[in-house]
Structures are given as structure tokens and as C-alpha cells.
Design a protein around this ligand. Sequence first.
Ligand code: GLA
Length: 502
Amino acid sequence: MTPTVIIFTVHALLVHALLLVPALAREDGLARVPPMGFSTWYAFGANYNETRLIQMADAIVSTGLRDAGYLYINCDDAWLDPSRDRQGNIQGDRVRFPSGIKWLADEMHSRGLLLGLYGCPGVRTCEGYPGQFEHEYQDAATIAAWGVDFWKADNCWQKWAVVDTYGPELSNASYPASEPAVRQFLHEREFGLNVRGLSVSGEDAMPINWAGASGLPPFLPDTCPPEGGRQMPNPTGHQVQQWEAYRLFGEALQATGRNITYSICPLIAGCDPSVFGYYKNFSHMSMNQCPQVDNTDTWESFILHLDANNYVPSRAVALERAAAAGPGYWNDLDMLMVGYKLLKAWEPRQTLAEYRSQYSLFAILAAPLIFSADIRGTEEYNTWTNDTASVLMNKAVIAVNQDPLGQQGILVANLTADVELYRRALADGGLALAVLNRAVMPLSVPLNVTWEQAEVPAGWMVTSVASLWPGTAMPFTEDGFVVDALDTHDTLLIRVNLTKVL
Ligand code: GLA
């Protein structure tokens, strides 16, 4: 072979290798099914302390939520003390967590629960508390020593925004040369990432050289549909740095040897299949959709998150996004709003039908079930109503979410302009189907759904159908079933049992 041919062949092999690197989920035994639990964020914001968390933990046990599977009690932002201790270690807020985080973890464990904490791989968390930047291995060791079980890494104050503060180059004085932070720095220098040129606004002075960036996702074509909010720009230096920062902290957590479920929130990511498979190399769940906006207790917010997961450019891309999920890694739709502050009548909130829809679609899409309602039954709020319980504790729906096959479902048919059919394959060979009514009106006429639309595989026969809200057998025929009535914004969720026909 001539040198040109050799170079070309080697280049082609490298490109091929990058594209074909199998995106295997971490084989650490964690998150084999979507994590379930509670997060402080929407329930309490920054206003919580150890007493509140213990009360929440007790309520989660006494209501039966723990036994239904909600095991994680996650402190979101604002559990930290504003300053590190003299050795530079992070510490819990000394006023609100006087007994310390290790004590809190022990309390959770003694109740059969797990403790989660929150941080940012940048210099500060979104609420301004110390971040993990340049403390990655130190903080991971602290977290592991406390006995923490879950870590959410958020996306505020990432490195590109603080280059001015830290100087043009990362100092490697505090790291041995083998540390990933140093490797990352060298890697950036080697591949021409222009750390110096990144401005506070996040605009890059110089595009990066993707072809040489080994281990990173391959070049992202601009495949997103042009309509608002779903555009995926080509990767820029700060996106790469963002991905690398999440990866670095994931490696630091893994190096502790403790089982810590790792949740990440990359700012921009969502439309390109190569990204879908990337995060699973080092995290267990990711909000990898664009746009990434926080949930609110509104129908519009739910629809925005749902569509970010489904209205990718084509069914092929939707399938690839879904295929990234599976035992060990899940596409995160943010927290459930079910039961959020129901007694505050002046706040926008969803109806019971809308909560049912959110929960049903989280089940179909195999999304983590992290609720954020204050269910302690205090005078302030009492969100532990029959309605909340009927949604969060519907065991048949939880079983769909937690199905061991771990196959994320997708949208398979538009039954009318407003009514959609979603489908998820289950471990027992059956299917879960969701019929979602987006219309502001209830169904005006009964709707036929065929087994063909539900993509019942050839050679299989339907043996029974059960509606999961509230859990009753449903009539069906050889051809399909009829949706007699469906309220505005409500979802019919059904489980279909199949048998192989010889
Ligand atoms: C961001 C996240 C939220 C929450 C807050 C905390 O907005 O998206 O989920 O973690 O930060 O400050």
C-alpha cells in the first residue's frame, strides 16, 4: 500500500471505531431499573434542614411509598455549607445540618432508604454553593465516606464560564500527572480546545477539532428539526468541556469504589443519536434533551418534556434515543410534578387526569420516578391526598416503569390530530400501551385502536387486556380495542398480554 492509502485506511478505521464504539451502560449493577424516590427541589427549594428530611423519610415509610419502591431521598441544591472546611472538604450546612451528612445517611439507611446529594462539576452550584471543579476526587471521596448513594450533577457555573477567574490555563500544581483533570487539560491542549478563548457568555472563540477528540462522541450533524427549541447546534468547545466535566466527576465517583448512582443534566444535547449513547458510559441517568428547562406543575411543561423525547427528527432517531436507555442508564424527564403543593390554590397546578398522564408516560418512557411533593401532612401543605396516593402508588403502573426488560417505549401512531399511541415492550413478552389525549376537549366519539397500530408482532396473539387506571379487564377483539371515553389531557394506560401462536 502507498503511504496515502495507509493513512487513508488508518483514518477510516479510526473514524469507524469512533462511530461504532458500543455505548454500553456501566456494568456496576446500579440503576438496573429507573431510580425511584423523592427530591427536595420543587417541594422545598432551598428551605430545608435535617429535621425536615427525617420527617419526609418517616412519611415515605408510613405512607407505603418506600415499599412501593421510592428509595432515594435526594437533597437537591442548597444542602451545602457556603464554605469548604480548612482541608478544603465540602461539608453540609452547619446550621441546617448540625448532625452532619454521615449521620443523615445513617438515618436514611436505618429506615431502608438511600441518601442522594447534589452538586455541579463547575465552580458553583446553581444556588451558589461550592462546586466540584478542581476538587473532583477529593469531593467524591468525602461523599463516599459519608455513605451517600446518589449524586445529581447539575449544569451551573461550568468551567468555560469561569476561565477569567481561574486564569487562561488550569493549574496542574495540585494534581499528580495521572489525575483525569490533568489528562483533560492535556487532552484539550493537544486537540486544540481553546480554553483561553471561551468567554463568560459561553460563546466559543474557536471551534474544536472533533476528528481528533478520542473517546468523545463523533461529530454531531445538525439533524434537529428547525422549529423552536429543538435545534441542536454543532458542538462547540464549551459543550465538549461540559461533557468532559460530567465524565470526570463520574470517574471520580467510580474510583471511590462505593455504589453511587450518578445523575447528570447536560445543558444541550438532545437531538443527535450519537449523544444518546455517550452519557451511559459514565452516568446512570441524564436529562439529555433540548431544551433543558425545569419542570413546572403545568400541562405545557409536561408536554414540552415529553416532546423533547419523542419529536426528534424521525422515528429512527426516536428509536435510537430509546435504545440508549436500558438497565444501567435512563433518559431523565426531570422530576414528577404529581402531588406538588396541592393546597396552594393560587399556584398553577395540574388536574388528576394530567398527573395520570405524566405518570403513565414516565412509565412508558422508562423515566426515573423522582417526585417532589411535600407529603409530610403539615399545616403548611398537605399533598398526601387520595389523588396523589392513587397516582404515586399505582403498583401496576410502577411495574410498567420498572419492567426488567428496561426497554424505553416510543410514540408509534397518531390516532387523531390530538390523540397519540405510545408503546413499550415488556419482559413477559407483553406490551404497555398509552393512549394520550392532548386535546382540551374529551373524546367526542369512541376511538378504534388496531393491534396493527399497536405493532403487535406477527405470530403473536392478544390473550388479555387490562386498563391500569384503575386496574380492570378491558374488552378487545381480534383486531383491536375501543377507547370509549377519554377526558381532556387524560391517558388510557393498558397492559396487553400476548401469546405466541404456533
Ligand atoms: C437547576 C436544575 C433544577 C434544580 C436547581 C437547583 O435549575 O435544573 O432541577 O436542581 O438547578 O438550583
